[in-house]
Design a protein around this ligand. Structure first.
Ligand code: NAD
Length: 298
């Protein structure tokens, strides 16, 4: 029987979205500023198209000025960099997001580093990574997924994680590494694990906080979880099941929810956990960029 509290990322994201919308209206009425978000997508990747549509819809719902640049899959590196240069100069745009992955002929690093750090609402620019890693987050942009995970952890455990062991599974630049930096900043004792880690279940069993960001369906099972731990499942995996000859697909996380929720104190579901929080943190970062650009407190 499941005993864990289900951490409702969807509800929390909806509440944050309301706050952002209210704040955006004040920014417009008192300062004449409308946060502007530009999303650049290159190519036809179906999952990316869905993500971009969701981001645009949420930006509009928050009252932002929202623009989408959909470029053909064979767009040259020079053309992408030129567009980013124009968006960097555009006073109506406060946040620029380049949807990843990019087609193979494009240099992902050159493109993400071309976004000016002040408009880097994804938090991928080396300046923002450096600020986060050195604990200087006052005017840094933190990557949206770990920022959203952190809010859910803080809701449950408070902002000071002194004395708690956190284990992050996955060391990507987008999730695992910035997640570790945020946990460390909140005084947790952090272990970052990855595909070369020896006896991963034993390491995870030490954790009061588990963040799984791997991309392997249901890899983390209940017997890996320390009783009473909080489990944040970042993974989004599409699995196909065939029942009576009919194949359907559904989304599942990196954590086996059924067995883990018997042991954990709290756990995020997939879908409805980290995913909605990621999108709303993009809006929070864009609003913040708009305020910072006008010299206002963020
Ligand atoms: P990635 O592929 O860049 O990194 C995966 C990491 O997992 C790597 O560091 C790798 O070392 C580690 N890993 C792989 N196999 C492992 C194993 N057997 N044991 C331990 N570690 C292993 O992926 P990513 O971009 O960090 O994304 C991870 C997952 O999170 C994916 O499912 C992705 O779709 C999902 N994701 C979700 C959101 C969201 O908003 N919910 C955002 C970003 C990513």
């Amino acid at each position: 029987m499941s005993t864990a509290q289900r951490i409702d990322g969807k509800a929390k994201a909806a509440q944050l979205s309301e706050e952002i919308t209210a704040d955006t209206a004040v920014l417009l009425s008192e300062h004449g500023i409308k946060p502007g978000l530009a999303v650049v997508i290159v190519g036809e990747d179906p999952a990316s198209q869905v993500y971009v549509r969701n981001k645009k819809r949420t930006a509009e719902a928050c009252g932002f000025h929202s623009v989408q640049h959909s470029l053909a899959a064979d767009t040259s590196q020079e053309a992408v960099l030129q567009l980013i240069g124009e968006l960097n100069e555009d006073d109506g745009i406060h946040g620029i997001l380049v949807q990843l992955p990019l087609p193979e002929h494009l240099d992902e690093q050159a493109v993400t580093q071309a976004v000016t750090p002040q408009k880097d609402v994804d938090g991928f620019h080396f300046i923002n990574i450096g600020k986060l890693t050195s604990g200087n987050t006052a005017d840094a942009f933190v990557p949206c997924t770990p920022a959203g995970c952190m809010l859910m952890i803080e809701d449950y455990l408070g902002t000071d994680l002194s004395g708690l062991n956190a284990v992050v599974i996955g060391r990507s630049n987008i999730v695992g590494k910035p997640m570790a930096s945020l946990l460390l900043k909140s005084n947790a004792t952090v272990t970052v694990t990855h595909s070369r880690t020896r006896d991963l279940p034993a390491v995870v069993r030490q954790a009061d906080i588990v963040v799984a960001a791997v991309g392997r369906a249901n890899m983390v099972t209940g017997d890996w979880i320390k009783p009473g731990a909080i489990v944040i499942d970042v993974g989004i995996n599409r699995v196909e099941t065939t029942v009576d000859g009919e194949t359907t697909s559904r989304l599942t996380g990196d954590v086996d929810y059924a067995s883990a929720s018997d042991v954990a104190a709290a756990i995020t579901p997939v879908p409805g956990g980290v995913g909605p929080m990621t999108i709303v943190m993009l809006m929070a970062n864009t609003l913040r960029a708009a305020k910072l650009s006008a010299g206002l407190a963020a």
